[in-house]
Design a protein around this ligand. Sequence first.
Ligand SMILES: C[S@@+](CC[C@H](N)C(=O)[O-])C[C@H]1O[C@@H](n2cnc3c(N)ncnc32)[C@H](O)[C@@H]1O
Length: 358
Amino acid sequence: MTKSTKKLLAKQSMPLKNAQTKTTKENFTFIDLFAGIGGFRIAFESVGGECVFASEWDKLAQQTYEENFGHIPAGDITQIPAEEIPDHDILTGGFPCQPFSIAGVTKHTALGNAHGFAHPTQGTLFFDVARIIDVKRPRAFVLENVKNLLGHDKGRTFKVIRETLEDELGYHVYPVLLDARWLVPQHRERIYIIGFRDDIDFSLPPLPDLQPKFRDILEPVVDPKYTLTDHLWKYLQDYAEKHRAKGNGFQFGMTDLNGVSRTLSARYYKDGSEILIPQGEGKNPRRLTPRECARLMGFPEEFKIVVSDTRAYKQFGNSVVVPVVQHVAEGIVSCLFDETKQVRKRQKAARQLSFALS
Ligand SMILES: C[S@@+](CC[C@H](N)C(=O)[O-])C[C@H]1O[C@@H](n2cnc3c(N)ncnc32)[C@H](O)[C@@H]1O
């Protein structure tokens, strides 16, 4: 173990535990990469998982994480050797998307880089996810990202990710696009790249339609500081008008209280323009409070918000919609630990073997 990693892991008060040989729905383990404020952690704990490792390098996200889970995540994942991460059943993480350079790649090589060629994902955070999967071989993983990942760099980024997971790491990959709007009153499309080490029958049921309404997440009494100043409100209207005249671009999002809002982004702290709340004739609209952001992202009421409003907007805007991840987690877990699916898998393997032998 390197000196710096020892220091990192010592700072982490989380017990380092190895996965049991026989895991069940009730005692499976997972790790929380690019943990942010722990949206994945809440979801996977709610379906019976135990988090055995987390990594997040942002000091203020670490602070929120510690206040809510009692553990300080380890820092920069690029500095942590995969061998030093505890064994786990499921790897989770919403890695930041970066373009992959093809410079220096003359042919596909193993992640071990045996022939000295650069792997196309090298130097990106996806590479760190891949190297951890390569060494730890979790039974499943789920990687969350923005919908645009699919079209990023003309589809090349997603192609490299998929090829790395399927061809090089040997996983069975199921990308699923989900819109949170059926569970919380927010239009938020995200891709979930789900993978299994074994050849398992997997399909995720569609999200149920809970018919959420934006008004249901609003606080009854809100500090006037969340109301837009005359100056900002005029600026947003003028800006929108300028774009309308040109026939393009920016429109602020005045939210239908009986509908769903636009996507909460990490830049919401700037002007709140994507999700504005009407306050009636003669009154400027207001922005969401941090608690309302927490609700819009499906975080439980007891989730502690311990940072400034600006940081809280960033943290929730970067996070995941917890009930959507819960849905994904339930799907993965029931697939991994469902005996009938395991039996089917064994029967399939036996059929293949007898075919090969005949
Ligand atoms: C899209 S956010 C994920 C948020 C998380 N899913 C949640 O529920 O809050 C990506 C996170 O990765 C973190 N991050 C980026 N580079 C990192 C690195 N090298 N090591 C550890 N964390 C990193 C960022 O600080 C950010 O919080």
